[in-house]
Ligand binder design. Structure first.
Ligand SMILES: C[S@@+](CC[C@H](N)C(=O)[O-])C[C@H]1O[C@@H](n2cnc3c(N)ncnc32)[C@H](O)[C@@H]1O
Length: 334
């Protein structure tokens, strides 16, 4: 099911890929994730309106270097990226506040006074808020926003523009398992045309103390973001999770080259989700895995891109090799 709403005299269109799907898939994910061992939930449920705001606060903490490093690379190279691609449209998966993409939009404005921006995000509130901000600042922009899930709804997403720049920033690819990452990249490639480009922002393996600190900021925004997931479940499924009886736990898992984020039960307890008639018994210390953030090497990410239909052409890293932006051409579809 797909619904389109036009706002601001047609300069902004909001497309809802499937309005009911969020709750349907939440129920299914709760059953499969919370009843299996170890228990887990997909990270997309972090992002209700409060979760999106908390993520924005995480991005501003001293410890979360990812946003600063990626923004610095975009500030330095946005003009070169836009001059290389000359896009008529920028498509962004998991757009969030669109603040980094704004650097590409500004750079595009040096070359022409029109551009289509197609952000896709699972959080409708952040899509509307950031689209409004961009339209206020760039009256020549037209925005076709897509509310949906980039893992499930890719085939419903529709881009009729030629020469598009597809973007996936914030190292969100790191949230996927290797198989999910391959499938996601193949889906992006299949959605794109042969003369489109793909810009990926990805975090790199580094000193473990830096990684551990990034997901355990001293002000507690990451802990609040993680615990907010329980409030999302309480609200959506009439649950009685007590956020004071769970604690945030995040650590770098060397063997799997990923940060794992968990919610750990502080005692033996039973939680009920009344809407789906589900009771979950937690042992003291038992955890729910809420997010993986895989860290790549320059070689591993290049290999993954090449094996999924892309040809990496320009690689940008800062002086300290913290983070990487990779601008790839789409390899011709066979
Ligand atoms: C880590 S944030 C990155 C935001 C932004 N791209 C940045 O770099 O700052 C992830 C974003 O992806 C969105 N998101 C997470 N899972 C998603 C999914 N399965 N489908 C669509 N959007 C998703 C979230 O709502 C959030 O805005």
């Amino acid at each position: 099911m797909q619904e389109a709403v036009k706002i601001d005299s047609g300069r902004f269109q909001l497309n809802r890929l499937s309005p009911e799907q969020h709750v349907d898939s939440l129920e299914e994910d709760v059953y499969t994730g919370l009843l299996s061992r170890p228990r887990s939930l997909p990270p997309k449920y972090f992002y209700d309106e409060r979760g999106s705001k908390l993520f924005d606060q995480i991005c501003q903490t001293d410890e979360y270097y990812l946003t600063r490093a990626e923004s610095a690379l975009l500030k330095k190279h946005a003009d070169e990226i836009v001059s290389t691609v000359r896009p008529t449209a920028i498509v962004e998966y998991g757009s969030g506040t669109s603040e980094k993409t704004e650097l590409l939009i500004q750079a595009a404005n040096q070359h022409y006074d029109w551009l289509h921006y197609l952000p896709l995000d699972v959080c409708e509130e952040i899509l509307i808020e950031s689209s409004r901000r961009l339209l206020d600042r760039y009256p020549w922009l037209s925005i076709d926003a897509w509310h949906g899930d980039f893992l499930q709804d890719m085939q419903l997403f529709n881009n009729s523009h030629t020469r598009s720049l597809y973007t996936f920033l914030g190292s969100s690819l790191g949230n996927f398992s290797y198989d999910e990452a391959s499938q996601f990249l193949r889906d992006v490639r299949n959605t794109a045309n042969d003369d489109d480009w793909f810009l990926l922002g990805i975090d790199l393996v580094k000193d473990h103390s830096i990684l551990n600190a990034a997901y355990n900021d001293i002000e507690g925004y990451t802990a609040a973001f993680n615990l907010n997931l329980l409030d999302v479940l309480n609200q959506a499924l009439d649950g009685d999770f007590n956020t004071e009886k769970f604690e945030h736990h995040a650590f770098f898992d060397i063997d799997n080259s990923r940060v794992e984020m968990r919610l750990r039960s502080c005692c033996r307890q039973t939680v009920t989700l009344r809407d789906i008639d589900l009771k979950i018994e937690f042992e003291d210390g038992e955890h729910i895995t809420t997010e993986y953030s895989r860290k790549y090497t320059a070689d591993s990410i290049r290999q993954l891109l090449t094996s999924t239909g892309f040809s990496p052409e320009h690689v940008y890293t800062g002086d300290n090799n913290e983070f990487m932006l990779i601008l790839s051409r789409c390899l011709k579809k066979r």
